[in-house]
Design a protein around this ligand. Structure first.
Ligand SMILES: NC(=O)C1=CN([C@@H]2O[C@H](COP(=O)(O)OP(=O)(O)OC[C@H]3O[C@@H](n4cnc5c(N)ncnc54)[C@H](OP(=O)(O)O)[C@@H]3O)[C@@H](O)[C@H]2O)C=CC1
Ligand SMILES: N[C@@H](CC=O)C(=O)O
Length: 289
């Protein structure tokens, strides 16, 4: 842990909460210790819940048997109520069949704006400047950020999925996969604009648009992340900005899935998601609502 060490003990404060707003796996490895010390944890960081299943299970079991809270609503959909919706479906006895849709604000923004007016690399830079991407945008373009969300949602559904089990279609051009820095990657990306433009035109000639989707299939115990083309009449084709659209097909919502849609990335909505979790901790601890 180079930059960060939590020095305080829980008894120094009446109800300590640590909010981890990094994307660091190292920081997320501290959660067990913090919860064990009586420190509540709130985070938009996906690393703990999409890391090794045993570690995740250890945290969840400790948190369940302690009176310590661990909230991570913003790990999927930023400020949108995705985790809480899924939880309330499961807790009220519904059976989840499938969770699918656009889970990435960055890739939504990119494909919602990739209409022939600007190059692919230009739109990637805009997504980064808008604060939608991960600290390293390759995490978005490689599909790993969506794959992590697929794992998080799958585990909420009761599956024991590991990140490696998710089939991922990466959008990082093969020759750029070995680059060490994200700056180098962004500098090289324009060289592959033509390749992406061909894919876009391929969908366009059939009257379709490209969308990057994630799927948790509970029946087959599978997760996948892929670029698909959709007719313009499809709800996914009508997204705008950084919209996420998450569709829950369940026993209760079988013919007509329950849908949550809205901006799914960016500093404001993410901060709101994290703040809402913090208020929930305070409320559960007895603060007036
Ligand atoms: N941006 C978004 O729309 C959303 C983001 N999230 C999640 O929120 C988290 C943060 O994302 P975002 O705010 O965009 O990323 P940023 O890169 O803007 O912020 C990350 C911050 O974490 C700090 N940091 C990194 N490692 C450490 C460490 N070991 N100790 C202390 N500080 C550290 C960085 O400091 P420094 O700059 O000094 O390196 C930086 O200030 C990620 O986990 C992301 O997945 C979730 C939902 C939406
Ligand atoms: N980079 C992510 C941020 C939220 O998780 C995204 O684009 O969705």
């Amino acid at each position: 842990m180079s930059k960060f060490t939590a020095h305080f003990e829980s008894q120094d404060f009446p109800n300590p909460v640590i909010i981890d707003c990094t994307a660091s796996a190292q920081v997320s490895q501290m959660y067990y210790e913090w919860i064990n010390k009586g420190i509540h944890v709130v985070t938009p960081n996906k690393k703990a819940n999409s890391g090794a299943f045993d570690q995740y299970k250890r945290i969840r079991e400790l948190q369940r048997k302690s009176r310590i809270h661990y909230f991570y609503e913003a790990t999927v959909g930023a400020g949108l109520p995705i985790i809480s919706t899924l939880r309330s479906l499961v807790e009220t006895g519904d059976k989840i069949v499938k969770v699918e849709g656009v889970f990435s604000g960055t890739l939504s923004y990119i494909f919602n704006n990739f209409n022939g007016e600007k190059s692919f690399s230009q739109i990637v830079s805009e997504a980064k400047a808008s604060g939608y991407t991960e600290p390293d945008p390759r995490d978005d373009l490689s599909g790993m950020d969506v794959a992590r969300k697929v794992v998080i949602l799958a585990r909420e559904c009761g599956l024991q999925l590991e990140l490696d089990d998710v089939k991922v279609q990466s959008l990082v051009p093969e020759p750029l996969q070995g680059l060490t820095s994200s700056d180098e990657f962004l500098n090289e990306l324009p060289n592959f604009d033509e390749e992406m433009e061909l894919r876009r035109k391929g969908a366009e000639v059939s009257g379709e648009v490209l969308r990057y989707v994630g799927v948790v299939d509970v029946k087959t115990n599978e997760g996948r992340v892929e670029l698909q083309s959709f007719p313009k009449s499809n709800a996914l084709a009508q997204l705008s900005g950084s919209d996420n659209l998450v569709s829950f097909t369940t026993s209760r919502y079988l013919r007509q899935p329950l849908i949550v849609r809205g901006p799914g990335a960016g500093p404001e909505v993410t901060a709101a998601g994290v703040f809402s979790d913090l208020l929930r901790v305070a409320f559960y601890l007895g603060a007036p609502s």
